[in-house]
Design a protein around this ligand. Structure first.
Ligand code: GLY
Length: 340
């Protein structure tokens, strides 16, 4: 599959785990995390210089970028070198930003190892790090030169990461492809190979979005945030110690659809249909008790999609279709959060 972007295009190639590093440019430098190196190193031997950072969001920092840039320079990386991001979304975002700034930008290849990274963050060129003031506050659009997807890497994915990826996949079905969503209403999964056509379909859907609205200026790419406005608010309100990202997005998708029903944008019964599907897949569908609706709305008003504190949501118009709605009245959001 080819993805076109402002500087050219890149290929998304499906491969076996053991082929992930085959025929690599000689001048490549691999950035990964300690977990990925330990879990997958034996099956996917890397014959290039490799730097493993600590796993987790805290590695998306200026300090780690500086360490990686120093490592590239000390290792002799040039303008013609390639950075390889081998890992989940954190590694893709971090290594991509390093590639975007090292010597004013060098090529990078994405080898995602989590479901979320395969279906979302490795495609579309968003790279970035966090600062004390917010997530992804420093970043760029820096498309990869290739993405290599080996679903075999999913074999060792922990349940929390599965849920994050699963929520994202169900989201693609809800916003763009009813048949994809319907698969999750009846199916339980047994092997990672079941996932290959699903991963492929999600990447194809993301390709359609990012090719049309690469820089998120037309309201289309922003629809990928369905479930995320309320999901992020729940994560922030629980100090990132409550529901995981995937769980929060799952809950967010149901509440945002209740909001869409309340506003008359989508048929009633849609939120219940989504909740049933999420329950079948082991995902939560209602907010943890004790959250204050006013505080959640306050967090949402600081969301990147909100303009001058006016609330914006990507909302379903039916299962399989979604639109960005600006200026959603605060009282409607509060009433939805309070009464369901
Ligand atoms: N993860 C949303 C986007 O790539 O725009």
């Amino acid at each position: 599959m080819i993805v076109r972007h402002y500087r050219g295009s890149y290929e998304i190639e499906f491969c076996l785990t053991e082929g992930a590093f085959k025929e690599f440019p000689a001048d490549s430098f691999v950035i990964t995390d300690e977990n990925v190196a330990r879990l997958h190193g034996p099956a996917a031997p890397v014959s290039r210089p490799i730097f493993a950072v600590a796993p987790g969001e805290q590695s998306k920092s200026f300090q780690v970028v500086e360490r990686l840039v120093d490592w590239l320079a000390e290792s002799g990386a040039s303008r013609n070198s390639t950075v390889v991001a081998w890992g989940g979304g954190v590694i893709g975002d971090l290594a991509g930003l390093v590639a975007a700034v090292y010597m004013r930008g060098i090529e990078f290849v994405q080898i995602p190892t989590t479901l979320l990274a395969m279906v979302d963050s490795s495609v579309g060129g968003k790279v970035g790090i966090d600062t004390g003031k917010g997530k992804n506050l420093v970043g760029a659009f820096w498309p990869p030169s290739q993405v290599r997807v080996a679903v075999g890497f999913l074999d060792t994915l922990d349940p929390r990461d599965w849920k994050s990826g699963m929520a994202e996949v169900i989201k693609y079905g809800l916003i763009m492809d009813e048949a994809l969503f319907a698969q999750f209403e009846e199916m339980e999964w047994t092997s990672v190979e079941d996932w290959r056509p699903i991963v492929e379909r999600c990447i194809e859907l993301k390709r359609q979005v990012v090719e049309q609205d690469e820089f998120e200026t037309l309201g289309l790419r922003a629809t990928l945030n369905f479930g995320h406005t309320i999901g992020h608010a729940i994560e922030a309100a629980t100090n990132y110690a409550g529901p995981s990202h995937g769980e929060a997005v799952a809950i967010g998708m149901v509440i945002e659809t209740r909001l869409a029903e309340r506003l008359g944008f989508c048929p009633s019964g849609t939120a219940s249909r989504i909740a049933e599907c999420l329950a079948l897949q082991g995902l939560p569908y209602s907010a943890p008790p004790g959250l204050n609706p006013e505080s959640l709305v306050e967090i949402m008003q600081r969301d990147k999609k909100a303009t001058e504190r006016r609330l914006a949501f990507s909302l379903l118009t039916r299962v399989g279709e979604c639109k960005l709605f600006g200026g959603v009245p605060r009282e409607e959001v509060l009433a939805t959060l309070t009464n369901g």
